[in-house]
Design a binder for this molecule. Sequence first.
Ligand SMILES: *Cc1c(COP(=O)(O)O)cnc(C)c1O
Length: 374
Amino acid sequence: MHPPLSQASSSPDASMTFSFEPCGDPVAANERAQRLIDPGFGRVFTDHMAMIRFSDAKGWHDARITTRAPIMMDPASSVLHYAQEIFEGMKAYRLADGGTALFRPEANARRFQDSARRMAMPELPESLFLESVERLVRTDQDWIPDSDGGALYLRPFMFASEVFLGVKPSAEYLYMVLASSVGAYFKGGASAVSIWVSQHYTRAAQGGTGAAKCGGNYAASLLAQKEAISQGCDQVVFLDAVERRWVEELGGMNVFFVFEDGSLSTPALTGTILPGITRDSILTLARAQGITVREEPYAIDQWRADAASGKLVEAFACGTAAVVTPIGTVALPEGRFTIGGGEPGAMTLRIRDSLVAIQRGLAPDANGWVHRLD
Ligand SMILES: *Cc1c(COP(=O)(O)O)cnc(C)c1O
């Protein structure tokens, strides 16, 4: 799946130097402290950003850490017309010992390359992805909130910047990284969410872009999410596009099921599901703890029947932003059903706690996932 690493490391791009243009007017320390008290999600931004340009003629060039500011954009930039755009989401954490760390950033770098390939975009070498993120976090590490569940959310993204209205892969791209101070994603922390099973809309079909982290997938999911809200639910869950029967994932989170016998299942990565790094981490941790784990299709009818019979005892969604979110209620046009009395389950909370403990440097990191910056 991945290009040979030698390709990246032997390319002159990979040894490019970043220029550093410090922000001339950074947010004052007391004002920053104020903004970090209850940052919410995705509204508080740091003083700097990273950027690297690409053109067919020059390859990767012009890497810099610079002041976060609006960018000048020609209205004919092709991303605005044909949506050639991809992104990543990852977090920098304050460790228990006061250090700073990223969680599995190499996995984000590789997924960014996979997404780029699907969208006919150039693949940013892994070393440049990591360097851009590390430099930005080092520069703005005072923006990591100390609060429980707080982190610096990092948003690497890349879009087609060629000024051209013809339909073709762009000849120019802009890659950027933003950093945003965040608190716990869902207010109330571990309280269970309700989800609406989308009947009319699907997220991805075989051969489509469901496995790529691209903005277009989100644009297409917003109407279904809006419908979920109007049905009194927090989130939408999608079924497969062919049979409208198999549970795939939420708008931006993967889904897991916990059974009475203590086993765990999640839909397999068949090309229509986003390969979550949280999903992969949970599978690895569960297997190491001796939990039986299956990657297999699970039908919505089965889910309802198993919840009723007590065979299914818990369900949860997972992703970088919210980590692990218990699912308490599932809503369909014919009615709702609850899971575990609508309360977060014990296995769900145990899995979340073991993952968070590793991310925060409070538990041994057996898999080498914690990427320290100090
Ligand atoms: C990013 C994303 C996820 C979760 O991936 P993580 O790597 O765990 O954050 C799940 N589903 C979709 C559609 C996503 O975009």
